[in-house]
Design a protein around this ligand. Structure first.
Ligand code: PFF
Length: 486
């Protein structure tokens, strides 16, 4: 069988690493990671999160990149090709379709949150955040959301910037944008950590992030860590798979994955090191929830020397991080329309952008005009978040690892990953037995269907992994050829 020729490739060796890190590093790292770390009590949560990145995030990311590169196309097409090469069932393509849809749906609410970051960069500059209490800043935030023109205007701006970059293509658009945005982001972050270092709260912030308190390890926190590992690495949403399809042959997938995961984790930790010292130095609470960077932080900046300048820098950094993630969410759809239906990238971007604008504006109206429209108890914004993070990402993750671990011919992943035998065996063990069980646990827990506590009753998880391993290794070689009709 002849391999599909790539139509697009990253120009430089760093192309994929910059673009994938751009996708991974986003609101998840700078907005969500600090506040969930705050809510779940600091160091213990950080440790669980790191364990999840290693045990699930890295194997799943390697799988996505390998399938993308082997199949050379959008998630649906790439999965279609690797499955055909394995004489498997073409229905697996639905997993690609679901991932693509998940990426698109995430984008529809992500542009609203990204719009907050853009708006706050501006508000920091024009003095509208010059309030004296967190309550007043809370009111500023509510007023911003209550005005559909303001809220919608900023999210439309983010959508248009995203589309303009993606329309220009993989090298001219995406690679060009991330080539200067990612180093810029790194510099801004380091400057902010340096600033936090001088704030007087650095040791309190450092202790909070890294001092370990075993009593804080709870089932709830573990599950939040696992869910966040998926979101922060942009897994099961088409982004990494599509970016992977542009990697030249011969570049090591394992090494690349480690670099991206390491960069993503470092940014999350550095963002924590930039934010918590400032929060502590000003006597605020780290557990302020989703409003942490929009309500507490602007006040803290105001109480510090050169605070306005650093506040602008902070929100500009969040905006850039959000933009490089947003472009990756729509790339799968644009690549699909372009490749499958022969529509030019420009037209594909306009088409996808039209749908994005309609849905994201409806999601934005959840905060104001349509606040009362809550079918089945949630507004549209919450539905998009709920469906993607609770259902589509975990299910997509399980299907992806099962596809790679069970349905594809062994040589495909062996060739693509190019790992030494022990490394390959470890990857296979993870995707066949460990990741599916762990993801299933998160999934069931999120639905309230898990009948045990995953921390105190961890032996159920270990038992399930053990049982699956035995069944898989003993029965699989007999059962699979029959199922596959070989
Ligand atoms: N990883 C991004 C973040 O942490 O903000 C979110 C994300 C990007 C999710 C791309 C999904 C995706 F396809």
């Amino acid at each position: 069988m002849t391999r599909e020729k790539p139509k697009n490739l990253w120009l430089s060796r760093w192309g994929f690493i910059l673009a994938a890190t751009g996708s991974a590093v986003g609101l998840g790292n700078i907005w969500k990671f600090p506040y969930i770390t705050g809510e779940y009590g600091g160091g213990a949560f950080v440790l669980m999160y790191l364990a999840c990145i290693l045990a699930i995030g890295i194997p799943v990311m390697m799988t996505e990149i390998a399938i993308g590169r082997r199949g050379r196309g959008s998630p649906i097409d790439a999965i279609g090709r690797v499955v055909r090469e394995s004489s498997g069932n073409p229905l697996w393509k639905a997993v690609g379709g679901m991932a693509m849809l998940a990426g698109f749906m995430i984008l529809c609410f992500y542009v609203v949150v990204a719009g907050w970051a853009f708006a706050y960069t501006w508000k920091m500059l024009d003095g509208s955040l010059a309030a004296t209490s967190v309550d007043t800043l809370g009111q500023v935030f509510s007023q911003h959301n209550a005005n559909p023109w303001q809220l919608g205007g900023w999210s439309v701006l983010v959508s248009l910037l995203t589309l303009a970059i993606v329309a220009k293509g993989v090298q001219q658009g995406i690679e060009n944008a991330v080539r200067w945005m990612m180093p810029g982001l790194a510099v801004m972050l380091l400057v902010l950590v340096g600033y936090a270092f001088t704030s007087g709260g650095f040791s309190a912030g450092f202790d909070f992030l890294f001092s370990f308190d075993a009593s804080k390890i709870t089932g709830e926190a573990l599950l939040a860590a696992l869910g966040h590992a998926f979101f922060t690495l942009s897994l099961a949403s088409g982004a990494i798979l599509t970016y992977g399809s542009y990697i030249p042959d011969g570049q090591s997938i394992a090494r690349t994955t480690f670099v991206v995961a390491l960069c993503d984790t470092s940014v999350a930790l550095l963002a924590g090191l930039a934010i918590f010292p400032i929060i502590f130095a000003n006597g605020m609470s780290p557990g302020a929830g989703p409003g942490l960077i929009f309500m507490s932080l602007p006040l803290a900046f105001q109480q510090m020397p050169f605070g306005t300048a650093f506040g602008v820098l902070f929100f500009a950094m969040v905006s850039i991080a959000a933009l490089t993630s947003a472009i990756s969410m729509i790339e799968a759809t644009v690549a699909y329309l372009n490749e499958k239906h022969g529509i030019s990238r420009m037209k594909s971007a306009v088409l996808a952008g039209g749908v994005l604008l309609v849905i994201s504006l409806l999601a934005m109206l959840s905060f104001n005009l349509m606040a009362g429209w809550t079918p089945l108890g949630k507004n549209l914004f919450d539905w998009l978040d709920y469906l993607t993070s609770r259902w589509m990402m975990p299910l997509g993750g399980i299907f992806l690892v099962c596809l790679a671990g069970y349905a594809l011919r062994d040589e495909i992943m062996r060739d693509e990953l190019g790992l030494p035998p022990l490394g390959y065996a470890l990857w296979l063990f993870m995707v066949r037995y460990v990741s599916p069980v762990l993801i299933m646990v998160v999934f069931l827990h999120a639905l309230g269907w898990l009948g045990f506590d995953p921390v105190t009753e961890w032996y159920w998880i270990v038992g399930a992994i053990g049982l699956l391993t035995v069944l898989g290794e003993v029965l699989r070689p007999r059962v699979l050829p029959v199922l596959a009709g070989r």
